[in-house]
Design a protein. Structure first.
Length: 138
């Protein structure tokens, strides 16, 4: 696990979820796995009322590369993406429809893909994913 010197709660939760995926034989660089890990990260941060600005990598919340934020607010899908990504877990219930929408718009819309990293190296999924978030949220 490479934290690149960052030990904030959000980053640790994100990387530990990737470890959980690996242990459940769902490892690998996919958009599906990233959406799960980011969703878990934000749920942990929210549960503990932890400020994302406390993560060592970022100076303020505005600098945090939230997967809720669209890279171009004028993108016609920006609002759809933001709603879906922020409501994958709603009232402590996992929403597959929001997960699928966020996953399908992630490359074109998420600020996290502004540099194109997720377009070059990451498949959308492998076809063997199990929605591991459902182990934590019903």
């Amino acid at each position: 696990m490479n934290l690149k010197g960052n030990f904030g709660l959000g980053i640790i939760a994100h990387e530990l979820f990737h470890h959980y995926q690996f242990e459940k034989e769902q490892g690998g660089a996919t958009i599906f796995n990233e959406i799960e890990a980011y969703t878990y990260q934000y749920q942990v941060v929210d549960e503990y009322n932890y400020s994302l600005s406390d993560d060592a990598e970022y100076e303020s919340f505005e600098d945090y590369p939230s997967f809720f934020i669209a890279k171009d607010e004028n993108n016609k899908y920006a609002e759809v993406y933001r709603y879906a990504a922020s409501n994958i877990i709603e009232e402590n219930i996992f929403r597959k429809e929001n997960f699928f929408t966020a996953m399908s718009l992630f490359r074109s819309t998420s600020a996290l893909n502004s540099n194109g990293l997720y377009s070059r190296r990451y498949k959308y999924n492998t076809g063997n994913e199990k929605y591991l978030l459902m182990d934590f949220f019903k």
